[in-house]
Design a binder for this molecule. Structure first.
Ligand SMILES: [Zn+2]
Ligand SMILES: [Zn+2]
Length: 214
C-alpha cells in the first residue's frame, strides 16, 4: 500500500512552530496525506498528543540538534538528547528502535557531515520544502544519498499549517507508524515535493515573530 506521508512537520510544541495539533490534522487531510511524522525540535510532546488521531497515521518523532546538524529521529516516543555528536545521536536513536534520518543536509549550503563514525544514518532527507536555496540543495542531497546508497525521503519542514504537504514521501507499507518506519529503512520510499512559496514563508515568519513577542 503506497502511503503519502509528510515526514517532517513541526507543531506549536516546537519553539519555532505555530501550528496547533488540530490544524496539523486538518491540513494533512486537505492535502490528501495519509499521515505525518511530527518532528518538533527537541520534544516529543506534540507527537504523543496527536497519536491515535482517527484517519491519520502519526509517526512520532523528534528533530534533534546535534554537533553535526539536525537529525530526524522517526518512530521514537521518548526524547533523544541534543548536543551530542552525530555518531552518539544515531546510536541513541537506534537504541530506542528509531530511524535516523539526516535532515536537510545542504540547507544554506552547509556541507553535510556524512562521515559519522561507526554509526550510520538509515535515510537522507533529499527534499525539504523549507530549504533555501531549494533546487541546488535537493540536487546535492540526492547525489549524497546515491553516493552513500541510502534511502531517500522528503518532508515539508512545515512550521505553519498551510506549508504541510509541500513535500512528502510515498512509502510502501501497512498503515501503521512502525511499519512506515520499517519500510523507510528498507528503502521502500520515494520522495516528492516543491519549495514552499515565499508568500507562505513570509506569513510564517510574521506569525513566528508574534509568538516570540508574546
Ligand atoms: Zn532542521
Ligand atoms: Zn525541522
Amino acid at each position: 500500500m503506497a502511503l503519502k506521508i509528510d515526514l517532517h512537520v513541526h507543531t506549536c510544541y516546537s519553539s519555532d512552530g505555530v501550528t496547533t495539533l488540530r490544524e496539523v490534522a486538518a491540513y494533512a487531510k486537505r492535502r490528501g496525506l495519509d499521515g505525518v511524522a511530527i518532528t518538533d525540535h527537541d520534544t516529543v510532546e506534540g507527537a504523543l498528543k496527536l497519536q491515535g488521531k482517527k484517519g491519520l497515521i502519526v509517526v512520532p518523532g523528534i528533530e534533534v540538534t546535534t554537533l553535526g546538524g539536525h537529525v530526524l529521529a522517526l518512530n521514537v516516543t521518548s526524547p533523544v538528547p541534543s548536543g551530542l555528536t552525530l555518531s552518539q545521536t544515531i546510536q541513541k536513536i537506534h537504541e530506542i528502535n528509531g530511524v535516523a534520518v539526516m535532515a536537510h543536509p545542504f540547507a544554506l549550503l552547509k556541507v553535510a557531515r556524512a562521515a559519522c563514525g561507526p554509526q550510520s544514518f538509515d535515510a537522507i532527507e533529499v527534499i525539504n520544502a523549507s530549504t533555501v536555496p531549494f533546487a541546488i540543495s535537493t540536487h546535492l542531497s540526492r547525489r549524497l544519498a546515491f553516493r552513500l546508497n541510502l534511502p531517500q525521503v522528503a518532508g515539508s519542514d512545515a512550521h505553519y499549517g498551510p506549508e504541510i504537504g509541500s513535500a512528502y514521501t510515498l512509502v510502501n507499507a501497512d498503515p501503521e507508524a512502525d511499519e512506515v518506519a520499517h519500510s523507510i529503512k528498507k528503502g521502500a520510499a520515494t520522495p516528492f515535493g516543491r519549495a514552499i512559496p515565499w508568500r507562505l514563508r513570509l506569513k510564517r515568519m510574521s506569525l513566528n515573530l508574534k509568538k516570540k513577542l508574546k
